[in-house]
Write a protein that binds this ligand. Sequence first.
Ligand SMILES: Cc1ncc(COP(=O)(O)O)c(C=O)c1O
Length: 364
Amino acid sequence: MSEPARDPSLPPAGLALRHLRRDISEMQGYTPGEQVRDCIKLNTNESAWAPSPRTREVLRQVADDQLRLYPDPLFKQLRAAASSRYGVAPEQVLAGNGSDDCLTIIYRAFLTPGERVAAPWPTYGLYDTLATLQGVDIAHVDYRIEAKQWHLPRHLSKQGAKVVLVANPNNPSATLTPIEQLRQLAYEIDGILVVDEAYIDFAPEGSSMLPHLASHPNVIVLRTFSKSYSLAGARLGLLFAHPELVNHLMKVKDSYNVNALTQALGVAALEDHDHHRALVQDTLRERTRLEGELATFGWTWPASAANFLLCEVGDKAGAIYTALKDRGVLVRWWDRPLLSSKLRITVGRPDQTELLLKHLKDLV
Ligand SMILES: Cc1ncc(COP(=O)(O)O)c(C=O)c1O
């Protein structure tokens, strides 16, 4: 994150800074995508469509008690709703303040400083930040990229890692690892496999690890409401695991880590199957249209199983990112090896796609 401007009327922090943990003082910090309003926002993979109307109803009916009292620390209604939606036992579910919170809980519960996590690379940047915060080493094992497809690296299981993290579909590539390969990985490792399914609702049916949880007690599956449920602002994620693991993870979370409104919003969203299905279908339809249009620029991308595309743009990727931003269209670009020639573009609504294309036609 960028440093806050220093108020000149305050004395310098000097001496106080000496007390910071050295690793914290030296670390970069996670850089979230820019959160700017009043622009065409295609940079952080939120849904472009509105959440279920039932969530509006929840907000209209907020009761004083929901604000006055602490929320249910065991999120019983949410667990029940998740249980019937996903066909797992309520005891297999833990909720978090976004799936980022679930990831933090996992790191804190399983890893002591000096131990190791592993992840195929490039992937979701927060896995690195959490490793630094927890004082653990992270092994990046490059994806095998062949004919534009991204394959899980063979040596991922051989890193001596206690926790292996695979985002499936992966961010930023949007690529999908077949379920049989993940199950094989779960058998091979002597540790925990975290399958982060933030984008799984946009993938073909049968891609989720969730139905296989019972055969893999060392697997944890994560889901989020930030993408296909269109509730990024509410911050809600779910963790699915063996009930005994969940019991221990419950001890690690903040007591009231999911606020009362968010719990109620989650229940409403989970119960509105029709809206969720429509939202996913709208996104997939628009993804297909966007792909057709972007292909006319000669751009390519690995097959997407998510609500975004990682486009190979070439040397001008950074310049196009900046020019789009100047015109009020935000996409994601990283000035990093492997990614600097690419733009990650979230699927927007049809009107947003039109504006993106209009500007790209000027720029490319
Ligand atoms: C792979 C992956 N996992 C987790 C998250 C975070 O989700 P949440 O908003 O639930 O914290 C993201 C957000 O972009 C993501 O890409």
